[in-house]
Ligand binder design. Structure first.
Ligand SMILES: [Zn+2]
Length: 168
């Protein structure tokens, strides 16, 4: 079969920075990427480039930053009052709250996001919510390992069950 809507796809990929060639991440055959195709869980352009491929096919393509994680924006750098990070006694956990640390946060609407601390003063923490890959054009190479139809349960849940997927 070939990759189409509602396929469960296993693949290996290597992701590099398209401009510099620097490797960003890579899967292994023991721990491939497994995903349900066509449900919007991945970058649309990533999926478009895999459409119609079959097991054993290789791929190589690039995705511009605008179609990946977007551009780095100063709007995503926020000053947060230090008291947000203080416990009842006014102490800050210095193991977790320090320059360079990546901290899980949530906004007023309950959306979870991760921010990296850029600077700290006695009153404010300057936190960068840009995605670590913002501003980077991405280059993917890899190979399709396996394709199978999704089960009814997987389609109902919108994700893969079993090896490489959810266990529940
Ligand atoms: Zn499930």
């Amino acid at each position: 079969m070939t990759i189409d809507i509602n396929s469960v796809v296993s693949l290996n990929y290597k992701l590099s920075n398209h401009q510099t060639g620097e490797k960003i991440e890579e899967t292994t055959t023991d721990n491939p990427m497994v995903f349900l195709y066509g449900v919007g869980s991945l970058m649309p352009e990533f999926e478009d480039n895999l459409h119609g491929k079959k097991s054993g096919d290789t791929f190589e393509f690039s995705i511009l930053a605008d179609n990946a994680y977007g551009q780095h924006s100063e709007d995503n750098i926020v000053m947060i009052p230090l008291h947000v990070f203080q416990d009842e006694s006014g102490n800050v956990n210095e193991n977790e709250i320090r320059v360079g640390a990546v901290v899980p946060m949530s906004d007023n609407e309950g959306n979870h996001m991760r921010g990296q601390i850029r600077e700290m003063t006695s009153e404010f923490v300057k936190m960068d919510f840009n995605h670590p890959l913002a501003g980077q054009d991405l280059h993917f190479t890899g190979e399709i390992l396996a394709i199978r139809p999704a089960t009814e349960d997987e389609l109902a849940h919108g994700h893969v069950h079993g090896p490489g997927g959810h266990h529940h």
